[in-house]
Ligand binder design. Structure first.
Ligand SMILES: [Zn+2]
Length: 281
């Protein structure tokens, strides 16, 4: 390693600036959503089995709630535009706009070229957690999803119930696709209920036992017609390891709620991003 220059401390002392100040993002109309939610009726539910995944559909203007049942469990969540799988949740840009972990009032943004809110978080019973002494917090957009390729790279094994494979099977079954067709649509997730951060000394991604308990939930308002995929991670509460059958695992409940007719007033779905896509030509 090169020797540090004489002014190293001064260079390190430069104050950071926020990359994407987000004050200009249109604010989510949470009061309107809450009023619509109050009279909403449950119209569908899906129980995601432990170490497996399921897909579910959420029409625009409906609510979808993910609840911990039976025991502490984290979930790996994908969202697609129901009518166009190429528009999908963009974890990296959501992180750049809102930070490493998301909670009530924040949005899940879609991929280019649409870059629009796909879903808005309207309730989070773990919102009290904040950021702990290790720098950990809940519901991250910094992880990817546990997958058999990384597992093979690190452990030379063939484990088939990682969230990546679970989501691939669930999407294939739901859409009538082969595994080969479905796999490229699986993307970096929102880690629902997972408690994660980066170590201060080495900058490594860490996880710790999720504070989630049965009855805790995270709920979204669907801004567009959504196809969701949720995997009940083989890591269980992610207190020790994932990508194996060692951890205690539990199902996750997905429920969809439809507001009363007219409850959303003048609300309309967000349109695609306004950039003209000429890229300087
Ligand atoms: Zn996982």
């Amino acid at each position: 390693m090169c020797d540090a220059p004489k002014d190293a401390d001064a260079r390190r002392a430069v104050k950071p600036v926020i990359c994407y100040p987000n004050e200009t993002l249109p604010e989510a109309p949470l009061a309107l959503y809450q009023a619509a939610r109050d009279g909403a009726q449950k119209v569908a539910e899906t129980l995601v089995p432990a170490r497996d995944a399921r897909c579910f559909e959420v029409p625009a203007g409906h609510f979808v709630r993910i609840t911990s049942v039976e025991g502490p469990q984290v979930g790996d969540l994908n969202f697609w535009n129901l009518h166009d799988l190429s528009e999908r949740f963009y974890s990296g840009k959501t992180r750049a706009l809102h930070g490493t972990h998301v909670t009530t009032g924040e949005r899940l943004w879609s991929s280019f070229p649409t870059l629009r809110p796909m879903a808005t978080i309207v309730a989070d019973t773990l919102g009290w957690y904040g950021i702990d002494e290790f720098g950990g917090s809940v519901h991250d957009v910094i992880g990817t999803r546990c997958d058999p390729y990384t597992s093979n790279l690190l452990n030379e094994n063939q484990y088939h119930y990682c969230c990546h494979s679970n989501l691939t099977r669930a999407l294939a079954d739901h859409m009538g696709l082969s595994l080969v067709e479905a796999e490229p649509h699986v993307h970096d997730v929102l880690n629902v209920f997972m408690c994660t951060g980066f170590t201060r000394d080495t900058g490594q991604y860490f996880m710790k036992a999720s504070p989630v308990q049965p009855g805790d939930y995270l709920e979204f308002f669907a801004e567009i017609d959504l196809l969701g995929g949720l995997s009940a991670c083989p890591g269980g509460d992610c207190s020790a390891e994932h990508s194996s059958d060692v951890a205690a695992c539990h199902p996750l409940l997905v429920e969809v709620f439809e507001p009363k007719a007219g409850a959303l007033g003048e609300w309309t779905q967000p349109s695609a991003n306004g950039y003209d896509r000429t890229h300087g030509r």
